[in-house]
Design a protein around this ligand. Structure first.
Ligand SMILES: Cc1cc2nc3c(=O)[nH]c(=O)nc-3n(C[C@H](O)[C@H](O)[C@H](O)COP(=O)(O)O)c2cc1C
Length: 172
């Protein structure tokens, strides 16, 4: 019963090596729209997506993310485009809502030929004084919490999926 959509859902992989080719705004807009249409608890749309293209900002966010794990490597794998997903903590389902936004972004990106990867540690990044300055710059206060960073770009690799574990599905 496979179709184009289910095939894409199974074929998407996390991409950790990117070419220099930039993602067009039209393509990005479609990816973001798919994020906007993710389900959210009681339809409250608790998430926000911040698009980051500025090289300096990406470099600083990368450093902030790396610092959380005491690393000096680039956790964004050289990606030139980020979508930072944040959630409004006043809404009970903000973490679930944010994860679904991330899923939609990554799957939509794949379906449009764009590679992506979920990058963790956004929560810690935006709790720092510098992180809070970024929230402020983006017109958000510290009721917003980082969910994840979606890195985007054209893939320089073709990873294969791990085998799925046995007993993934249990039938009553
Ligand atoms: C909650 C979560 C956190 C993740 N954090 C990172 C991360 O910080 N860095 C990274 O390279 N990949 C990260 N990933 C990607 C996973 O490693 C990846 O989804 C997993 O290995 C399965 O590979 P696939 O996405 O290609 O199917 C994360 C994925 C999830 C869902």
């Amino acid at each position: 019963m496979e179709n184009e959509v289910t095939r894409a859902l199974k074929m998407r992989r996390s991409i950790r090596s990117y070419s220099d080719k930039t993602v067009d705004d039209e393509v990005l807009k479609e990816i973001l729209e798919c994020g906007m249409y993710a389900p959210s608890g009681m339809g409250k749309q608790s998430g926000v997506m911040v698009v980051v293209k500025d090289e300096e900002v990406i470099r600083e966010l990368s450093k902030m993310n790396a610092e959380v794990m005491n690393s000096d490597k680039d956790p964004f794998y050289g990606a030139k485009l980020l979508v930072v997903v944040l959630g409004d903590t006043r809404i009970r389902t903000y973490e679930d809502d944010g994860a679904l936004i991330m899923g939609n972004l990554m799957n939509a990106a794949y379906s449009l030929g764009v590679g992506s990867c979920w990058i963790n540690r956004a929560k810690e990044m935006f709790k720092t004084p510098r992180g809070k300055e970024y929230l402020n710059k983006w017109g958000l206060d510290d009721t917003y919490e980082g969910i994840a960073v979606c890195i985007l770009g054209y893939a320089n690799e073709e990873p294969t999926p791990k085998d799925r574990k046995d007993n993934y599905v249990i039938y009553d």
